[in-house]
Each structure stands twice: as C-alpha cells, then as structure tokens.
Design a protein around this ligand. Structure first.
Ligand SMILES: [Zn+2]
Ligand SMILES: [Zn+2]
Length: 104
C-alpha cells in the first residue's frame, strides 16, 4: 500500500494528503499562486476580482491584492501625491508654497 504523507500546504496552510513525493501544495491553485508570489513582490490574484473603489465606491477589477482604487482614482491619487511632493520641494527650496489656483 502506498504511503500517503500528510503535509501542510505552504501557501494556504491547509492540511492535505501528499500524493506525489515533493508535493508542497494542496491544489493546483496554490501551486500557481506560489509561482506568482515567487515572481512578484506583491500577491497577484489568480483571477481579477471585482471590488468597490475605496474612493468613489465604483466597481472595478482588482488585479493585485493591493489594488484599492479604480483606475481613475489611482490616477487622481498619484497626481495629488505628485503635486504635494512638488509643493514640498518648492517650499524647501524657496521657503514658500506654490500658488495653487485649483485650491482657490
Ligand atoms: Zn493550499
Ligand atoms: Zn474610484
């Protein structure tokens, strides 16, 4: 009788029966996820997931676990951060802030 070892999946932590020697994942999905994780620093979802944007609450397809905003809002956010960064640099250099006509 072939001996089945019980092991813990290194991806999801589930206990599973090892059917092949050197198997480390409980399912193909976990194997796939582990492969993706090895390739990227952030976790990528196997399938894009529908999420509500944390900013405008509109639904969008998140491709990474860290995706929290829709395309429009993440663009807006990075623009905002860029402006803030610019204003900070300007203040450091000249001692006063940029006149921001958008905020008048
Ligand atoms: Zn697993
Ligand atoms: Zn949004």
């Amino acid at each position: 009788m072939p001996e089945h070892r019980v092991d813990t999946c290194i991806v999801c932590g589930k206990v599973y029966t090892q059917e092949h020697y050197a198997e480390r994942y409980c399912s193909n999905e976990c194997r796939y996820n582990a492969k993706l994780k090895r390739n990227r620093r952030y976790s990528v979802m196997p399938m894009p997931q529908k999420r509500a944007c944390e900013w405008c609450k509109e639904e969008f397809l998140a491709k990474h676990a860290r995706h929290r905003f829709c395309v429009k809002c993440s663009l807006k956010n990075s623009m905002l951060n860029y402006r803030r960064h610019q204003a900070y640099q300007h203040r450091r250099q000249y001692g006063f802030g940029i006149i921001d006509d958008d905020e008048v």
